[in-house]
Design a protein around this ligand. Structure first.
Ligand code: ADP
Ligand code: MN
Length: 494
């Protein structure tokens, strides 16, 4: 008996076993790449997490919740015994290796922070900072070099922030503590070996979560959403990608400050880390995340992707661009409104056959959206193609914006050019003779006036502009407000 209540073995439906099978995920991925099958999996026969009959349908979940509770209590007891045995003795023994939950793994309350208030975009105001390249500050007898003991000690203390977030440094960072190089190096050594030890202890666990598309913690999160009444039912899986799994759900009850859409899409950013390595470049160089990136562990970086998607969607929503509306973000799980109807997601532009009239309409709409995105949202989609545009209600909807960056990102213009190439090619092949070529489209969206008439030179000019911006950042500690030099870009309309 399936613990989720309904199990179905018919067709390519998504039973829980399927959802949790990495093997299946890989197969689906391959299918997608071969473009032999549509990647949207038929909605499951029955819901796999429901608000009803919780008692009978979620034994496994209840068991897991109890187990987590037990582990926590067990550790607390262990700590008490440890304390009792050690007493006031100068030499103490540690029970740490017997703990069920390694301190590095326990979710602190800080982890529970949700970004429900989507009006606040914490990255917007952040200005990049540069450190002086000279090794000294001041003049004459007031000169302070980087070898100064006090300055150096304080710097070392500040550098403790770079240790894994779970590394206990007490109040050290808050007070005016001066660590000698020797002490700092010893601490650093210790922090790193702790990190490695923690990784070793959890290797087995990590491995087992990697085999499932949705790990127990995520399932618990989803379960809580249903249990709280925010969602009515999670019906099944819409899409399994390399970096995310998307589910369909029926919305539940509205709260005082929130109306839940009747149908929701739940995007779960995968907590298996390998796939995220190649996305580093989007976030590492994004000045909005610059200060945070180095301090974060991989789990938090994945949350940052979800966070980024939320903020970008909110910007788009505010500009009136058709896109999913954010409902809530919990850790690496983003709930948004569902584009589609009755569990059937709207088709991607690549899968839908449009009349030439609709095709032309779609083209001009996208041209407008790209301009709005650039000018009003200050964003470049950076993965724009017929795969990430849905056709619904007679118009195009933009999705999948976790990788979107601001135009002044060190590779922002290159990403924009790639977006333009995808859009141009799609519509030129799709029989829209009015479609601008990628270079014209790039100028139309960015308002720049790059005159090169071939791909190679054009690309070179883009890179030169990006380099100019980076040099500006280096020299003035801030980026150019915009690339545009000759006023507003022309507005293209039907
Ligand atoms: P990925 O990074 O895996 O490409 P996407 O955000 O593109 O993630 O989502 C994958 C697929 O899930 C989409 O191609 C689309 O079919 C479906 N999907 C995602 N969000 C929604 C939504 N809000 N409404 C309907 N379908 C969605
Ligand atoms: Mn996508």
């Amino acid at each position: 008996q399936c613990p989720w209540g309904t199990s179905s073995t018919t067709s390519i439906s998504c039973s829980l076993a399927d959802v949790m099978s990495e093997q299946l995920a890989k197969e689906l991925q391959l299918e997608e790449e071969n473009a032999a099958f549509p990647e949207v999996v038929a909605a499951a026969e029955g819901p796999f997490i429901t608000g009803e009959n919780i008692d009978t349908s979620s034994d496994l979940m209840l068991a897991q919740m109890l187990q987590m509770e037990f582990d926590r209590e067990y550790d607390a007891q262990l700590r008490r015994e440890e304390k009792k045995i050690n007493g006031d003795s100068k030499v103490s023994i540690s029970f740490e290796n017997y703990r069920k939950v390694h301190p590095y793994d326990s979710d602190s309350s800080e982890d529970e922070v949700d970004w429900q208030d989507t009006r606040h975009d914490p990255y917007r105001a952040d200005k990049p900072t540069t450190t002086p390249r000279r090794g000294f500050i001041g003049k004459g007898k007031d000169i302070t070099t980087k070898h100064d003991e006090v300055v150096c000690g304080r710097k070392n203390t500040a550098r403790m922030e770079n240790f894994a977030p779970e590394f206990q440094v007490g109040d050290g960072i808050g007070m005016d503590l001066k660590l000698s190089n020797q002490v700092f190096n010893a601490l650093k050594q210790h922090a790193y070996s702790e990190e490695r030890r923690s990784a070793r202890l959890h290797e087995k666990k990590e491995h087992s979560t990697a085999e499932k598309a949705v790990d127990p913690k995520t399932r618990l999160l989803l379960y809580k959403m249903v249990n709280s009444g925010m969602l009515e039912t999670i019906t099944g899986c819409i899409s399994t990608g390399k970096e995310s799994v998307v589910f369909h759900a029926y919305g539940g009850n509205a709260t005082e400050d929130k109306v839940i859409p009747p149908e929701c899409a739940i995007k779960v950013f995968k907590t298996t880390l390998n796939e995220f390595k190649n996305r580093d470049k989007y976030i590492k160089d994004d000045y909005r995340f610059k200060d945070r990136f180095s301090k974060l562990n991989p789990r938090k970086i994945i949350r940052m992707w979800a966070e980024k998607e939320m903020h970008n969607l909110t910007r788009m929503q505010n500009a009136g661009i058709p896109c999913p509306q954010v409902v809530i973000l919990k850790k690496h799980v983003l709930v948004m409104s569902f584009i589609g109807q009755d569990q059937v997601p709207a088709p991607k532009l690549k899968d839908v056959t449009l009349s030439s009239e609709d095709m032309k309409k779609a083209y001009y709409q996208i041209l407008n959206m790209m301009q709005q995105l650039y000018r009003e949202c200050n964003l470049v989609h950076a993965d724009l193609s017929e795969y990430n545009m849905l056709w619904h209600d007679g118009k195009v909807w933009l999705i999948d914006v976790s990788q979107s960056v601001e135009p002044t990102h060190p590779h922002g213009l290159e990403f924009l050019f790639r977006d333009c190439r995808n859009v141009s090619q799609f519509f030129q092949k799709g029989g829209v003779p009015e479609a601008l070529n990628e270079r014209e489209l790039f100028n139309a969206v960015s308002g720049l006036n790059i005159t090169a008439d071939n791909e190679v030179d054009f690309q070179a000019e883009i890179e030169a502009l990006e380099k100019m911006n980076e040099d500006h950042v280096q020299n003035h500690g801030k980026k150019l407000s915009t690339f545009s030099s000759d006023g507003d870009p022309p507005i293209y309309d039907e």
